[in-house]
Ligand binder design. Sequence first.
Ligand code: ZN
Length: 304
Amino acid sequence: MTTSHRPAHTLTDATAPPDPVRWPDGYRAAAALTFDLDAEAVMLSTDPASASRLMVMSHQAYGPLTGVPRLLRLLRRHELRATFFAPGFTAERYPSIIKAIVDEGHEIAHHSYLHESVAGWDRVTEAAMIDRGLEALDRVAGIRPAGYRAPMWEMNRHTPELLIERGFAYDSSLMDCDLPYVLAGSADGAAGDIVEVPVHWALDDWEQYAYLPDLTGSGLIESPAKVLEMWSWELEAMHAEGVCFVLTNHPFLSGRPGRLRALDRLIELMKSLDGLWITTMADIAAHTRTLGLKPRYFPVPEIT
Ligand code: ZN
């Protein structure tokens, strides 16, 4: 578990670079394929009135109904395990999809209840949202997730502590490193710590492909060939650097055939790279936990 208490002197602050990470079994870098099951939740959270817009709802339903089965076939063909971050609302609406993902041996992690963007939320309200998501995953598939990813990657200062209190092994929402690290929940170390597996907007398909009138995007939809080039460039460089490549895709976007073909080719490249550990986020977090890294406290900048 992640709630061990440490004295303050064992902490380091996040204004210093993180410690290097050694990968297991001779691997030289790591990679995880992650899929955020935002489905309808993200648009309902953005604008509740979108519930009555069937174009919008059907666009989002493409993820679980068409994208996920196709992605599962792709992953099975490549014999890879991935991590699926699920809002509780999606789990409740598509229980058979969640079960199909679990049956294929993939990891289900927590991705809020209704894809709420929590910037500025108070601790009690945010805690209730996280708990509602936990209850949904438990009720639908008996899952107690190891990991959490904040919608829009928006976290408050108190969010890591809320996750630590609930026994999460890792979070995947921050962007200050491209290596996993141990994040302290408080400056004095008393709040315990959690593994952080960082992400970045450049490795997210939303910015490349998403467009819904009035809701998201500019109308520019990128070519999968351009996206493959961009992600391949980053993958090869991250592999050379020995860091952790975390790709964030959404089935309602990357489950479409041309984009899936680009993902297929990216996976071929991943498999061709020497010593690249392709695994789940939970595996990366569990390995990170074994390294004895000094927890890093994230000091919020104060303007005086
Ligand atoms: Zn999301």
